[in-house]
Every structure is written in C-alpha cells, then in structure tokens.
Design a protein around this ligand. Structure first.
Ligand SMILES: Nc1nc2c([nH]c(=O)n2[C@H]2C[C@H](O)[C@@H](COP(=O)(O)OP(=O)(O)OP(=O)(O)O)O2)c(=O)[nH]1
Length: 131
C-alpha cells in the first residue's frame, strides 16, 4: 500500500459536551462545508505541533491535545486525516479563516454539512462521546 503523501491534522475541540465545527471559506468547491479545525503538517513538524499551531492560526486559541481518534482517515488516494480530541486552555475561538464556527451538542452533530471525508470521523466521535 502506498504511504500517504500528505497528512492533514484535525482537532475535535470539546467543551461542555459540545464539539466545535468550522465552516470552510475556500477553495470554492469546499466552501460552505464543515470541518474540524486543522490543516497540513509542515515538513519536519510533528503532527501534534502542527495541530496546535493550526488551532492558534485559525482560531486564536491555545489547545491541549487529548486522545487520538482512530488511525489514518482517508481523504483521497494521497491524503489522510489524523484526528485528536482537544481542550481549550487559553482564549475563545474566533473564525479568523473560516466563514463560521458552531458548537454542536450530541443531538446536533449531523446538523451541519460535514465534508465527506469527515463523516466517518464524526461517527467515531459520537461513539467516543463529546467529553
Ligand atoms: N483542516 C481540515 N481539512 C480537512 C478536513 N476534512 C477534509 O477533507 N479536509 C481537507 C480540506 C483541504 O483540502 C485539506 C486541508 O487543507 P488546508 O487548506 O486546511 O490546510 P492548511 O491550513 O495547511 O492550508 P494552506 O496553508 O495550504 O492554506 O484537507 C478537516 O476536517 N479539517
């Protein structure tokens, strides 16, 4: 099996039993879809540091990572998504690079239009519980 060329890291940020979802602003074919905050791991950077950096750049918060959810979630033939649950240790999330942010309770988990690659992850998170 081919190793993934590109690793995307995503944060399932949890607070008071809710999950933070973020609405993509670009590219045009993904704009409006909802995702977990995160992004590409830079060369030489650890997955964990990339995720902490992305949360700061995108949301202006400091997070601490908790549990890995699953393994490599495929996004395409060459890209995988790796997900950690996270807690906010400083700041209030601001949509610096997203169209909107929304906190979802367990009952609201499927109220947003998740990007296709995220849907199995959201199911795993529902099983994990939003704590
Ligand atoms: N961050 C994030 N990206 C996701 C998720 N699901 C999913 O399919 N993607 C896709 C969207 C993008 O094609 C890619 C992430 O790229 P990005 O553009 O967010 O990464 P980045 O912040 O490092 O961006 P840039 O420096 O290239 O602008 O992964 C998800 O839950 N979170």
């Amino acid at each position: 099996m081919k190793r993934a060329d590109l690793v995307i890291v995503g944060a399932a940020i949890l607070s008071e039993g809710r999950l933070l979802s973020a609405q993509r602003a670009e590219p045009p074919h993904m704009a409006g879809g909802w995702e977990l905050p995160g992004g590409k791991v830079d060369p030489g950077e650890s997955d964990e540091n990339a995720l902490i950096r992305e949360c700061h750049e995108e949301l202006n918060i400091k997070v601490s990572l908790q549990a890995r959810i699953g393994g490599d979630w495929p996004l395409s033939n060459t890209t995988v998504l790796r997900v950690w649950t996270a807690k906010i240790i400083e700041g209030e999330p601001e949509p610096l690079e997203h169209l909107a942010l929304r906190w979802l309770t367990p009952a609201e988990l499927y109220d947003v239009d998740w990007l296709p690659g995220d849907r199995p992850v959201i199911e795993a998170l529902a099983t994990h519980g939003l704590t």
